[in-house]
Design a protein around this ligand. Sequence first.
Ligand SMILES: Cc1cc2nc3c(=O)[nH]c(=O)nc-3n(C[C@H](O)[C@H](O)[C@H](O)COP(=O)(O)O)c2cc1C
Length: 194
Amino acid sequence: MINKFLLVLVFVVSLFGVSGAADAKSLVIIFSRADENYNVGYVQEGNTMVLAKMIAQKTGSELFEIKPAKAYPADYDTAIDVAKKEQNAHARPAIAEDKNIDEYDMIFFGYPIWWGDLPMACYTFLESHDFTGKKIALFCTHEGSGLSNTDSKLKRAAPGAEILRGLVVRGSVAQNSRAEAEKSVNSWLAKLGY
Ligand SMILES: Cc1cc2nc3c(=O)[nH]c(=O)nc-3n(C[C@H](O)[C@H](O)[C@H](O)COP(=O)(O)O)c2cc1C
């Protein structure tokens, strides 16, 4: 009797499949700045972008970059001044290109910590889209501040989304210790069901 039940169960599961996070159509959305940054000097590719590319490759996701319409200054000191002014003004800087997110159920959302917050251009994107019913797995890089409650900020900016466990990595580790960064990415993705 139990055997018969198990057989039926196996048949039903194979017919309909078991859907997990890895089955959802996914998109990596990333804000990252190259040029001069704290602890890494001038870089060709931003620290968070390094993680974003790993995540996109490992999950088979498309990658969309939030690019500011007006690029930030290349040198670190000027860039942090511009970013601070934007934050004080609650600015929503224009972005160069938009992306329709309707068809994606799972979003990997990556950003650097800027003045203990998300870069203001991330809010420009978040507030102009409806994330209702989507899962957002955040990942961020920083140089000491950690997550800085940006999970709560993200939740407020994308109401209706389910915010999943975040990945938090030092920018200089992502940039200069790729094997270590990749290990963190792998174990985070595994916990998310990938
Ligand atoms: C404008 C600006 C503000 C920053 N503010 C912080 C901060 O508040 N806390 C922190 O730990 N790191 C801060 N950093 C360092 C970045 O979070 C870190 O270098 C990050 O890895 C950069 O990622 P990216 O290369 O993908 O842009 C700041 C960097 C910049 C350029």
